[in-house]
Design a protein around this ligand. Structure first.
Ligand code: TXA
Ligand code: MG
Length: 328
């Protein structure tokens, strides 16, 4: 069933689970204060029971009553970067009702998403909304209502269609509780540059393996389509294959000789151009739909032609997703 914001709020109040748009990817939303609704999110996604959910708020003021405090460094980042594609780790207050969403962890990850429909839903509900990405655990995140319907379909109580996601990959997750050191727990569109613009004196670094308990995305395999995708270092290495999909950047595709390209396609192979490295925003927006689209092609396996995406935050974010998608 499709729902508008008002209907979605009605359903969330009844403890139902609704897929909602955000600027990053679609989320599978439940009232964050309702343990039964949260349990259903885990069931629908087939998500391991110890993998906590991000809690979404519509403004900074709404967060304070659920957490011990909002440290100055985090507050500054929130004021400058939210609503937006970035999430923050905070310490839960004693007996916080968010402990169900965090699977008992003493830390919560909070986010103020930049999507008018979800912000309206949270405001009307007047509770935070717990929402992981709206995909079956292990599959890629959906970036359109149609992708949600294809994966979860009848399992969800409703889908709110907010169009295609503007960013296309999940939010950056930061631990900015310490003023001197901001730790990137998950790469995304917001990176070191945006952090330093707000906190010029802070050291910014990647999380180390195992640090901070559950490191987002590291504990479980993520983001993989059903078709196995392997890495390839050159076109030559796969040129002799049959019935494969070759995922590559527009630049890599342009670099292949036209006759070689024709021969490859005549062997029942398919090129999947992911976009140009010169426009990573566009590439990120289409990324997950291109990846999940491979399952609908008549191919036996797929390859990704490795390419240098650069060293921007988005490049790093895409590279970390690719590393998880590619089978070894
Ligand atoms: O852009 C996003 O962040 C999207 C949209 C829907 O908001 N959400 C999203 O949620 O990507 P999810 O559940 O697919 O990824 C959240 C990651 C998971 O890897 C989870 O383990 C981690 O964040 N996480 C959430 N709460 C945590 C906590 N309290 N402590 C440690 N890790 C946590
Ligand atoms: Mg996810």
């Amino acid at each position: 069933m499709m729902a508008d914001a008002v209907k979605a709020v009605e359903l969330l109040r009844e403890g139902k689970v609704v897929a909602v748009p955000t600027e990053t990817v679609y989320g599978l939303a439940a009232d964050a204060l309702n343990p039964q609704a949260i349990a259903r999110v885990f069931e629908i996604k087939n998500r391991p029971a110890d993998n906590p959910l991000i809690c979404h708020f519509n403004q900074i003021g709404q967060i304070s009553s659920y957490v011990k405090n909002i440290p100055d460094s985090t507050l500054k980042l929130m004021q400058h970067l939210t609503p937006g594609p970035v999430s923050f780790m905070l310490d839960l207050s004693e007996d916080s009702p968010l402990q169900f969403a965090t699977c008992g962890s003493a830390q919560v990850i909070v986010r103020i998403p930049d999507h008018p429909l979800l912000l309206e839903i949270i405001e009307r509900l007047d509770h935070p909304v717990a929402a992981p990405s709206a995909n079956t655990s292990g599959k890629v995140s959906p970036t359109s209502a149609q992708m949600v319907a294809e994966d979860l379909g009848a399992k969800v109580d409703a889908i709110v269609d907010g169009g295609e996601c503007r960013v296309g990959i999940e939010s950056t997750i930061l631990d900015a509780r310490n003023a001197h050191e901001v730790i990137i727990l998950r790469h995304g569109n917001i990176g070191e540059k945006e952090i330093r613009d707000v906190l010029p004196a802070a050291m910014v670094r990647d999380v180390k393996p195992g640090e901070r308990g559950v490191t987002p995305g590291s504990k479980y395999r993520h983001y993989a389509p059903d078709t196995q995708i392997f890495g390839a270092d050159s076109f030559k290495a796969v040129a002799h294959e049959r019935k494969i999909a070759l995922l590559l950047t527009q630049e890599s595709l342009d670099a292949i000789d036209v006759r070689e390209r024709e021969k490859f396609v005549n062997h029942q192979n398919v090129f999947v151009a992911l976009g140009s490295v010169k426009d990573l925003n566009d590439l990120a927006r289409k990324f997950y739909s291109s990846i999940s689209g491979v399952d609908r092609l008549d191919v036996t396996q797929a390859f990704f032609l490795r390419a240098d995406l650069g060293d921007s935050s988005l490049a790093k974010a895409l590279q970390t997703r690719l590393d998880k998608i590619i089978s070894h």
